[in-house]
Ligand binder design. Structure first.
Ligand code: SF4
Length: 505
């Protein structure tokens, strides 16, 4: 059996042509983004394994842990045999397990024995997920246990609501299916998500139907024979192979990825040229703009709100753990409000309070001088979220943190301008309307080059250290943030001048 021909849970989500390419071109190297993601996952996995129990605190609770080695296993087939041997010993905890058959393969971070004795043994697979697998909830409950008590304490109903992620479901379903074949399935699966201290359980039987359908979809005769551009192509290692194929076909997905092309395919339009030639109004105009590299088309005269005192604001958050950097641009000067400490009540609250106090001072001074005031942000969703979350968590505990009502009053006022909304009202563009796409049309270019959101997450992880690498990462993050606020400023100035270089629809 050739292990690499088997399906992994990750092959069951997203683009199915990836599996075709993986089988035909196993040598294609990982992208930097995928590499960084894998490193983040490995670090999370290592941190969780550190928390797995190492001994029992009671003689009455049997404990025999077998460590088969790290995952992914260097020789998965051998590891799957070692897993069977470990199960046969009746061990209570088995880390680094692998189950493999002709069709699929799955690595399991830990198998935890559920039965009290080896004769009634059943095992619960526990997987490390990079997702947030449950959120605190006032009413809902989910069974869970502290990760360091896995197999030692009975699960309790915790005040959390489980969040389902398809990939996690496939992982657990595969592991449960393999255990079922051995007559060792407890019927439960455990997930350790972004909160590594807790493991949450779910019923693995509920995932089996979906797994059946997904496995059927990746059977050879059901796999696609050619690529179609989707969102994940942007970070897929097979893009250098798929792109020329798509270009040779002039496939419509080059311009309209994913499901966006479906209405046109249903009309028999499968190519970009076909869409241009169909003269369908805006879709055909945008397809023609895409073809000749025109980035933006204006709907008419361009308008944007302006004020006497203007500030551009941009926030950087680390996953959903908290906001660590608020940057502002005022009168040609960049102001940063940043903490490089671990995110948590103290540093994050103090940093947010400094930013808010400064922002409100600028606003009050403008009002006192009889001037109008506006703060701009490009797509304010994240900033609104973290302003409200910071107020919710820190108001009343840290001086200078506003109440949620104060934050709401500000973000619902005309003095908080989401520039993205105004860009959308004024322009259309075949490449989207992100700040990275629009600002170069306004003559702005990033000093940092291409530094996307995912790279910023990686840089933040490095920046909390104290070595030279950490200092370099801090510098990069600040430059990135300073560039973003200046880009916003450049876009509104340019819009005020009626975006002179942009063709009209
Ligand atoms: S580049 Fe896109 S179409 Fe090709 S395998 Fe990757 S995700 Fe699929």
């Amino acid at each position: 059996m050739r292990v690499e021909k088997q399906v992994r849970a990750s092959d069951l989500v997203g683009c199915r042509y990836r599996l075709v390419q993986r089988r035909n071109h196993p040598e294609a190297p990982r992208t930097d983004a995928a590499q960084a993601r894998a490193e983040r996952y490995d670090a999370a996995r290592e941190a969780v394994w550190e928390k797995f129990p190492r001994k029992s605190d009671s003689r009455r609770t049997p404990f025999r842990r077998i460590d088969l080695g790290p995952l992914p296993a260097p020789d998965p087939w051998l590891r799957s045999l070692e897993t069977l041997e470990a199960l046969a010993t009746g061990a209570t905890h088995i880390t680094g397990a692998v189950f493999a058959n002709e069709q699929w393969i799955v690595g399991v971070d830990m198998l935890v024995r559920a039965g009290a004795s080896t004769s009634d043994a059943a095992y619960t697979p526990v997987m490390v997920s990079s997702h947030r697998v449950a959120r605190k909830h006032d009413k809902a409950t989910t069974p869970g246990v502290p990760t360091h008590r896995l197999g030692l304490s009975k699960p309790l109903e915790l005040g959390y609501k489980a969040r389902h992620h398809v990939l996690d479901g496939y992982h657990l379903a595969m592991a449960a299916r393999a255990l079922d074949d051995l007559g060792l399935n407890s019927g439960r699966g455990g997930l350790v998500g972004q909160d590594r201290n807790l493991t949450f359980f779910s019923d693995t039987a509920s995932y089996q139907d979906t797994l059946d359908k997904a496995l059927e979809a990746v059977e050879l005769h059901n796999l696609p024979t050619q690529p179609r551009r989707v969102k994940e192509c942007a970070s897929c290692r097979f893009w250098p192979l798929c792109q020329p194929e798509l270009e040779a076909m002039d496939d419509i997905s080059l311009f309209l990825p994913g499901d966006r092309a479906r209405p046109y395919r249903e009309r028999g339009i499968d190519t970009v040229q076909g869409l241009i030639d169909a003269s369908l109004g805006l879709p055909s105009q945008l397809a023609a703009a895409w073809r000749d590299g025109t980035v933006l088309l204006a709907r008419g005269d361009v308008t944007v709100p302006r004020a006497d005192v203007e500030i551009d604001l941009d926030m950087e958050a680390y996953l959903d753990q908290g906001a660590y950097l608020w940057g502002a641009w005022l009168d040609g000067t960049y102001y940063d409000f940043v903490t490089w400490e671990a995110l948590g009540p103290k540093a994050e609250a103090h940093n947010f309070a400094r930013m808010w106090t400064w922002l409100m001072q600028q606003r009050d001074q403008a009002h006192a001088a009889g001037k109008t005031f506006a703060a701009y942000c490009y797509s304010a969703h994240g900033e609104n979220h973290w302003m409200r979350m910071s107020a919710q968590r820190f108001a009343g505990h840290t001086p200078g943190v506003p109440s949620v009502e104060e934050v709401d009053a500000f973000i619902n006022s005309a003095e908080w301008v989401d520039l993205f909304a105004h860009v959308k009202a004024n322009f259309v563009g075949p490449y989207g309307l992100s700040l990275k796409t629009v600002a170069p049309q306004a003559g702005f270019h990033w000093e940092q080059g291409d530094f996307d959101g995912e790279e910023s997450v990686n840089a933040r992880r490095v920046a909390i250290g104290h070595d030279d690498e950490a200092l370099r990462a801090r510098e990069m993050l600040l430059t990135y943030n300073a560039d973003d606020v200046q880009a916003t400023a450049a876009v509104r100035e340019w819009m005020s001048n009626n975006a002179p270089n942009v063709p009209r629809l």
